[in-house]
Design a protein around this ligand. Structure first.
Ligand SMILES: C[S@@+](CC[C@H](N)C(=O)[O-])C[C@H]1O[C@@H](n2cnc3c(N)ncnc32)[C@H](O)[C@@H]1O
Length: 285
């Protein structure tokens, strides 16, 4: 909403400080830059067009958008050249994981790196027990790769992969073959376009309901609570049968972790924290 209400008294001191802070243009100052951009966007929204603060906020915001675009393009170039792992690890949060499902500066950056267009087309309504699309926060994908010990010997399968961010990031970080299974064709089309634009040959997407999909090649199965209830029960039963054929791990995030922790054929690897990635092995596996 745009209005001409008086601004808090320190607003001009704050924008002076942002304008003078050249370190916001350093690529590695991502967190600070994204915070500054959010603050500038608030001022842009809260002031009328000819307000002096509006103009200054627009100018600085445009400068920071340009820095973000350059950073996005340089990461994309590294990914296309096959040096994406090195480029991505630079952004690893290490063990400093904010255990929540909220989004942060890494999501702002990798949302741009991985998305080439807005998904277009009609999204089919979800059936009962199916969960709508929202991507795993990127810091938890770094955590996933670390805690599940994914290597290039693995075949990683994201069950309900949405726009495919997790399989793409896991492939870049580990060299594992990655498969995303997603029932919504619009998301699958978007994910395929991104993987192709980034030359990610080891990532593929299957437009299918997980209940009917081939699970026979996976070694690591990831569930960011794609479904609940009877669908989850049926898919877990299929995974239990897969586990009788070869060693597999399950990686979970979000509310489905509690339901999966109650499965008697699975045991958690390490301590499980309801708000972080959890890794499970079959008992005795
Ligand atoms: C919470 S999102 C997770 C997206 C992705 N795994 C990630 O972490 O970024 C759940 C996704 O599962 C999909 N989904 C729900 N039920 C499904 C089913 N039975 N088969 C395939 N995909 C399903 C939804 O369309 C949605 O894209």
């Amino acid at each position: 909403m745009t209005h001409d209400a008086p601004l808090p008294p320190d607003t001009y001191a704050l924008i002076d400080a942002l304008e003078q802070n050249r370190s916001l243009e350093w690529p590695e100052r991502l967190r600070e830059r994204i915070r500054a951009m959010e603050r500038l966007e608030e001022w842009i929204d809260d002031t009328v067009e000819n307000h002096p603060l509006h103009t200054r906020a627009m100018t600085l915001h445009a400068r920071l958008v340009t820095i973000q675009r350059q950073l996005t393009e340089s990461i994309r170039a590294d990914i296309r050249q096959g040096t994406g792992a090195h480029s991505l690890r630079r952004w690893s949060p290490g063990n400093d994981i904010d255990a929540a499902e909220t989004y942060d500066h890494l999501d702002a950056l990798f949302g741009d790196v991985l998305a080439f267009d807005e998904p277009s087309g009609e999204i089919a309504p979800l059936e009962a027990d199916m969960v709508f699309y929202q991507p795993t926060p990127v810091r938890h994908v770094f955590d996933l790769v670390e805690r599940a010990g994914i290597t290039d010997d693995d075949v990683f399968v994201d069950l309900g992969s949405g726009l495919g961010h997790v399989p793409m990031l896991v492939s870049m970080l580990t060299g594992a073959r990655c498969i995303g299974i997603e029932r919504e064709q619009v998301y699958v089309d978007g994910a395929r376009r991104s993987a192709e634009a980034l030359c990610l040959g080891d990532v593929s997407f299957v437009a299918q309901d997980v209940r009917e999909a081939d699970l026979s090649t996976g070694t690591v199965f990831y569930l960011y609570t794609p479904f609940t209830g009877a669908i989850l029960d049926g898919v877990l039963e299929r995974l239990r049968r897969e586990a009788q054929q070869r060693p597999i791990r399950l990686v979970t995030f979000g509310p489905c972790t509690n339901a999966i922790a109650a499965e008697h054929w699975l045991q958690p690897l390490g301590e499980s924290n309801a708000n972080r990635i959890a890794v499970f092995h079959p008992v005795g596996g």
